[in-house]
Design a protein around this ligand. Structure first.
Ligand code: B12
Ligand code: SF4
Ligand code: SF4
Length: 361
């Protein structure tokens, strides 16, 4: 059966690494998970509040499970890909990884069932679909060490990968080599995080993380966060982009697919208008998770605080086009949060328009 697994993964180009974690014992960080939620570092994410014991002991979820097979899927574009006026997390610059995971999991089940017939196997796949502590399971399966940026880092591939896996009742003899911690004295991620969300090595307060605010949060983004959001409109890669383990492996990353993505503020805002085509343009990509309104909110904030305003200020033509578009959006939107951001951004642009038109001598 180990051979069947090896054969299967050898034929999966999206999979960079795989490994097996035994489920005999609860995961070593079970207490930390409880403490993390207990102290509110989960930012009230409802799906993180429930079934904490199951997260760290998957056999409470599936009593028949003996092992978890974890795999790391390459993200579609390298860190630092040029995304124009605004920044989008590189994992989101292509197909939604949940779809890739589903495809690979389905194929794995078919392959193993055929290879091991007539023996019957039990199989349950996961990639954010069950309450599973995926990074810790990944660490147990030898896919990397838990970096000070909280991500799982592989010595050869860095952290530019997404996790998925399956539980099985198979008795697998694929020993995992626990990854050594190679962060050493480096603190680049802690120093670079603009909101101090990484408050101690490996410990993250989601209620300060731009990834939480730009993807998960539906409400108002507090001023102390939005002022530091730079140009990020979906997710944030800063603490991974600065990591030497990713810098080192950038050259091995796939090229940026750059498929017909909006690049300027005007293009983004037009796409995010009601009936502007957001749903069909981003079908099957992670950007749909944020939803049109939240993405519009993020673009409006980034327009004030990110780098695009500075660029636009050089071109008065662009600013008046933007202003027209903001007017049109204000007429058609009814969400109070979006309307508030529209007003704030409009005011900020009007003042940069005036100062660009009447530069101080
Ligand atoms: C909730 C969640 C988030 C939240 C919270 C992030 C977080 N660090 O927990 C938000 C929305 C902020 C988020 C952001 C991101 N996420 Co996310 N997220 C998850 C999810 C669903 C659960 C993670 C979880 O269990 N968190 C709970 C806490 C407790 O876990 P932890 O940080 O690992 O906690 C450790 C430390 O904090 C420490 N600790 C905690 N308390 C204490 C106390 C003491 C005393 C000590 C010593 C230690 C300690 O020990 C804990 C256990 O090891 C997983 C998918 C899954 N089901 O696992 C994806 C996942 C972790 N995310 C992923 C990704 C890609 C991201 C982003 C990179 C996306 C982006 N570019 O914007 C960012 C990265 C932010 C970061 N630096 O971690 C990938 C990670 C891939 C990888 N190579 O590591 C996962 C695995 C999704 C996937 N299937 O691939 N995410
Ligand atoms: S994803 Fe961004 S905001 Fe979140 S911890 Fe990393 S650097 Fe900080
Ligand atoms: S930036 Fe440095 S400290 Fe942070 S995860 Fe990478 S190696 Fe570790």
């Amino acid at each position: 059966m180990e051979t069947a697994l090896r054969e299967f993964f050898a034929g999966q180009p999206e999979v960079m690494e795989w490994g097996v974690a035994s489920l005999e014992k609860p995961l070593p960080n079970a207490a930390n998970l409880q403490a993390w939620v207990g102290q509110g570092f989960h930012a009230g994410l409802p799906y993180m509040e429930n079934r904490l014991e199951e997260r760290s002991s998957p056999t409470l979820l599936f009593p028949w499970a003996r092992n978890a097979v974890l795999f790391a899927m390459r993200q579609p574009a390298p860190f630092g890909s040029d995304t124009g006026d605004f920044r989008v997390a590189s994992y989101a610059l292509g197909e939604d990884y949940h779809l890739a995971a589903r495809r690979i999991l389905k194929a794995a089940q078919v392959h193993l069932t055929r290879a091991l017939a007539p023996e019957e196997i039990r199989f349950e796949g996961f990639s954010d679909t069950w309450p599973v502590f995926e990074r810790d399971l990944g660490a147990e399966a030898g896919l990397g060490w838990r970096g000070k940026n909280a991500c799982l880092i592989h010595r050869r591939h860095g952290s530019g990968f997404l996790l998925a896996g399956f539980f099985t009742d198979l008795d697998l003899n694929v020993p995992a080599t626990p990854a050594q911690d190679f962060c050493g004295g480096c603190t680049a991620c802690l120093d670079a995080c603009p909101t101090d969300a990484l408050f101690e090595p490996g410990r993250l307060d989601a209620s300060k993380c731009l990834s939480y605010w730009t993807i998960e949060a539906k409400g108002d983004i507090p001023a102390d966060i939005s002022e530091k959001s730079e140009a990020w409109i979906f997710g944030c890669d800063i603490c991974q982009d600065v990591c030497p383990w990713n810098r080192k492996h950038k050259k091995d990353a796939p090229p940026d697919p750059a498929e017909n993505r909006p690049r300027t503020a005007l293009e983004w805002l037009s796409l995010l208008r009601r009936g502007g085509g957001f749903q069909s343009r981003f079908k099957n990509t992670p950007l749909l998770r944020a939803g049109r309104r939240s993405l519009l909110r993020n673009v409006l904030i980034a327009l004030r605080h990110g780098r695009s305003e500075a660029r636009a200020a050089e071109k008065i033509g662009d600013l008046s086009d933007l202003s027209d578009l903001l007017d049109a959006l204000s007429r058609e939107e009814d969400d109070p949060i979006v309307l508030r951001e529209l007003r704030r951004t409009h005011e900020a642009l009007a003042s940069s328009y005036l100062s660009a038109k009447n530069p101080t001598p």
